[in-house]
Ligand binder design. Structure first.
Ligand code: SAH
Length: 301
C-alpha cells in the first residue's frame, strides 16, 4: 500500500456504539467524545414502536475513530470509563459494540446529516458548516453533546431560558459547563463576565477550546460552585437531580439577590427532592418548563 495521501477516505474507520438510558446519555456522550472524530452522534429512541417503556435503554451513542495503532487502547480506555460510570449508578448502559465501517462515504454522509439547530436566539451548528440565520447568535461546536440532528433536550431548555433573560453587562456563572455551550451563549448574548466551571478536566479543555473558536471570552476553571468567589446575576446549572440537591446551598451562595438560577437535567422522579433542596436554600421557583421527562426550572433568591 502506498503512503497515505491524507483525506478521510483513505483511512479505515471503527464505529463504537453504546446503548444507553436517557439519564446516562450525556455522560456516555462525554466519554465517547474524548476519542470520537468530529464528536459523537446519538440515535434517538424510535417513536411509536410500542410507546413509552418499550425500549429499556432507548438511545445509542456512537463515535467514530481512525483504526490506527492507538485505536484499541483508546477503546479500552472508553470501556474502563464506562465501567466507572456504571459503578457510579448513573442510569443503565448496554454493552459497547465495535465494528469496522465498510462504507467509505459514511463520514460525508454523517456530516451532511448534522443540521444546524435553531434554539431561542441561537443557531448551533457543526464547526465545518458555515450556516447562519437572520438575527441569530451563532455557536459553532463539534457535535460532542449533540443528539443526531438535535441538541440534548436539557441543553435546548437552557438555551431557551437564556434567550429570555437580560444578560447585557451581567455576570454569569455556568456550573458543569461541559462543551461550554451555555457559557459561550451567555458571552455572545452580551454578558460582561462569564465564569465556567466543570469538575471534569477534559470538559475544561473542551470548553476553553470551543470558547476560543467562537470568539467568546470565558474564564474556564476546573471545579464547582464552591471554587468560585463572589455573586452572579445569572447562574446556570444543567446537571442531574442528585447533584443539584447536593450543591443547592453552593448555587444559592453564588447567586445575587433577585438573580436567576437556571437549573436543568431534572427527570420527573427527581423533581420533588430538587424542589425541597432549593426551597431549604432560600430559592423560589419563578418558571418551570417540562419537555418529555426533563424539567427545567428558573429560580430566584
Ligand atoms: N452545560 C452543558 C453540559 C451539561 S453536562 C450543557 O448544558 O450542555 C453536565 C456537566 O456537569 C458535565 O460536564 C460534568 O462533568 C459536570 N459536573 C457534574 N457534576 C458537577 C459538579 N458537582 N460541579 C461542576 N460540574 C459538574
Amino acid at each position: 500500500m502506498g503512503a497515505s495521501t491524507g483525506g478521510d477516505r483513505n483511512l479505515r474507520w471503527l464505529e463504537i456504539a453504546v446503548p444507553a438510558h436517557a439519564e446516562a446519555v450525556e455522560a456516555v456522550s462525554e466519554i465517547l467524545s474524548r476519542i470520537g472524530h468530529n464528536g459523537i452522534a446519538v440515535d434517538m429512541p424510535s417513536v411509536g414502536a410500542g410507546g413509552r417503556g418499550a425500549e429499556p435503554l432507548g438511545y445509542t451513542v456512537k463515535a467514530y475513530l481512525v483504526e490506527d495503532a492507538d485505536a484499541f487502547a483508546k477503546v479500552s480506555d472508553v470501556r474502563d470509563a464506562l465501567g466507572h460510570l456504571q459503578a457510579f449508578g448513573l442510569g443503565p448502559i448496554g454493552e459497547l459494540a465495535l465494528r469496522r465501517v465498510e462504507d467509505e462515504d459514511w463520514l460525508e454522509a454523517w456530516k451532511a446529516s448534522l443540521e444546524p439547530i435553531r434554539v431561542g436566539s441561537f443557531l448551533v451548528r457543526p464547526t465545518w458548516s458555515d450556516a447562519s440565520a437572520e438575527g441569530a447568535i451563532v455557536i459553532a461546536l463539534d457535535p460532542g453533546m449533540a443528539f443526531g440532528t438535535g441538541l440534548h433536550p436539557t441543553t435546548q431548555q437552557c438555551l431557551e431560558a437564556l434567550s429570555t433573560l437580560r444578560l447585557d453587562g451581567r455576570r454569569v456563572l455556568d456550573v458543569g459547563t461541559g462543551s461550554g455551550i451555555l457559557a459561550i451563549a451567555a458571552a455572545k448574548q452580551g454578558a460582561s463576565e462569564v465564569v465556567a466551571v466543570d469538575v471534569d478536566p477534559i470538559a475544561v479543555g473542551a470548553a476553553a477550546q470551543n470558547a476560543e473558536r467562537n470568539g467568546a471570552r470565558l474564564d474556564v476553571r476546573r471545579g464547582s460552585a464552591d471554587d468560585v468567589a463572589g455573586e452572579f446575576d445569572v447562574v446556570l446549572a444543567n446537571l442531574v437531580g442528585p447533584v443539584l440537591v447536593a450543591i443547592a446551598p453552593s448555587l444559592r451562595a453564588r447567586l445575587r439577590r433577585s438573580g436567576s438560577l437556571v437549573a436543568a437535567g431534572i427527570v420527573r422522579d427527581a423533581e420533588p427532592d430538587v424542589l425541597v433542596a432549593f426551597a431549604r436554600s432560600g430559592l423560589g421557583v419563578v418558571d418551570r418548563q417540562q419537555r418529555d421527562d426533563w424539567i427545567r426550572l428558573i429560580l430566584t433568591a
